[in-house]
Design a protein around this ligand. Structure first.
Ligand SMILES: Cc1ncc(COP(=O)(O)O)c(C=O)c1O
Length: 419
């Protein structure tokens, strides 16, 4: 597409009711005097945000947990990066590629609240965390701890390491409705032995949306000499925190989830003192043992995705971390509060607002999760995902900031009807 047709298509978007690319900041500035808590319920404000997205009319998308597709502004910038890099060819790769990636890491470190010397850009959470699981110096008989509710790919990597080095993996089960942080902390504490080396925890459990008390778990584990690796796939730019405040040793996240970076972007945080403890799985040239870039030799990859990280951060900053988190929690509570007491409904997500945000999981008594997901799609045009295992039987429901209460009303009505 040449510049002319590009401008034309941008104009077409405006004509079609899409907000022009630079409009979000202007829109949001009109609401600058209103608190994030009040804005969480302000449909006029969020209607303006929704216009930034091109929304498929065929179904109500309540499966933003897989990945959060891009708002138009980020998408157009991303396409421009692809176009520009293609135009420059190898020249781009041989001149500013590395420098630009460093700039992106620095922007990302600012959002994560950590030093850029402790952060690398990866392709996803799987790569980030598997590099740690596979890169630690395990000895036969060493123990690791994880939960059956953790993501399958990481559990698989622990199994692989067990086969290779004779590591013993211990698996606990996180209750869907904990009564206190201590209950969760004790669950992990009780699994620790003299031989435990690494504890893996989710920041947000992907199948239920439960937020775990990460800092308390890390402090407990450290008091017993055990390191903690946090799976932050669902937490980064969903809820607010600075990684160092969590006191963890390693933290991985996917940027294509809540930050809405194009597919195939992730990050890995390694606390400075731990960098020498990790053996790179891809060799890098001469590097100091404590230089995190030793873990970042991935070879040629879609560098246009790296560049879109800055665009996604710009979008995120315009929305505002507090506004986003409060809106997402409001949306979850909007529908869960309407169905929580229905006798045929089973909610698999804690009620306490500090223990969940956008994501929740709901089941219907006597109905298989897969059947529920299919019925929601076929009969009500609502797209979700079925979860059926690890003590969780229901559909995961994940709205995003463009989701409207009206859409959630359709979902609530469906749940009522299914009684
Ligand atoms: C908790 C959790 N960890 C890890 C992953 C893997 O993310 P990715 O496929 O981006 O590596 C997911 C994906 O949904 C997840 O939910």
């Amino acid at each position: 597409m040449n510049k002319r047709s590009f401008i034309k298509s941008a104009a077409m978007l405006t004509i079609a009711g899409m907000t022009p690319f630079d409009s979000l900041g202007q829109w949001i500035s009109q609401f600058s005097k209103i608190s994030a808590a009040d804005l969480a319920e302000d449909e006029n404000f969020w209607e303006g945000v929704r216009k930034e997205y091109k929304i498929k009319p065929d179904y109500i998308n309540l499966e933003n947990g897989y990945y959060c597709f891009l708002p138009q502004e980020t998408l157009e910038n991303y396409i421009n990066h692809i176009r520009e890099i293609n135009y420059q060819g190898a020249y781009y790769m041989r001149t500013v590629q590395v420098e630009n990636k460093k700039k992106m890491t620095s922007r990302l470190a600012a959002v994560a609240g950590c030093s850029e010397e402790e952060l690398i850009i990866t392709r996803n959470t799987t790569e980030s965390l598997d590099m740690i699981i596979g890169g630690l110096h395990w000895k036969e008989g060493d123990e690791s701890i994880m939960a059956e509710q953790d993501y399958g790919a990481m559990q698989d990597m622990f199994r692989l390491v067990a086969r290779r080095y004779g590591v013993v993996n211990k698996v606990v089960s996180v209750p869907n409705h904990p009564v206190s942080d201590e209950e969760i902390v004790n669950l992990y504490a009780n699994a620790i032995t003299e031989k435990t080396r690494l504890l893996m925890i989710c920041h947000i459990v992907n199948i239920t949306g439960q937020i775990l008390p990460v800092r308390k778990i890390c402090d407990m584990a450290h008091s017993k000499g055990v390191q903690v690796m946090v799976d932050g796939a669902h937490a980064f730019t969903h809820i607010r925190y600075a990684i160092p405040d969590l006191h963890c040793d390693y933290y991985g996240a996917s940027l294509h989830k809540w930050l809405s970076v194009p597919l195939g972007a992730g990050m890995l945080y390694v606390k400075k003192e731990n960098i020498p403890k990790v053996w790179p799985l891809f060799a890098e040239g001469e590097r100091r043992e404590d230089d995190i870039s030793k873990l970042n030799h991935t070879g040629t990859h879609p560098v246009s995705t790296d560049l879109a990280i800055a665009d996604a951060i710009d979008f995120y900053n315009k929305i505002g971390a507090e506004r986003k988190e409060l809106r997402l929690r409001y949306l979850q509570n909007y529908w869960t509060s309407k169905v929580r007491t229905l006798p045929h409904v089973v909610l698999n997500t804690p009620t306490d607002p500090s223990r969940s945000c956008a994501i929740a999981n709901v089941g219907i008594k006597g109905m298989k999760p897969q059947e529920l997901a299919e019925t929601l799609l076929k009969k009500y045009k609502i797209y979700t995902v079925a979860i059926d295992g690890a003590g969780v039987h229901g559909c995961r429901i994940t709205p995003n900031i463009y989701t409207t209460p009206k859409e959630l009303d359709v979902f609530v009505k469906a749940l009522i009807d299914l009684g």
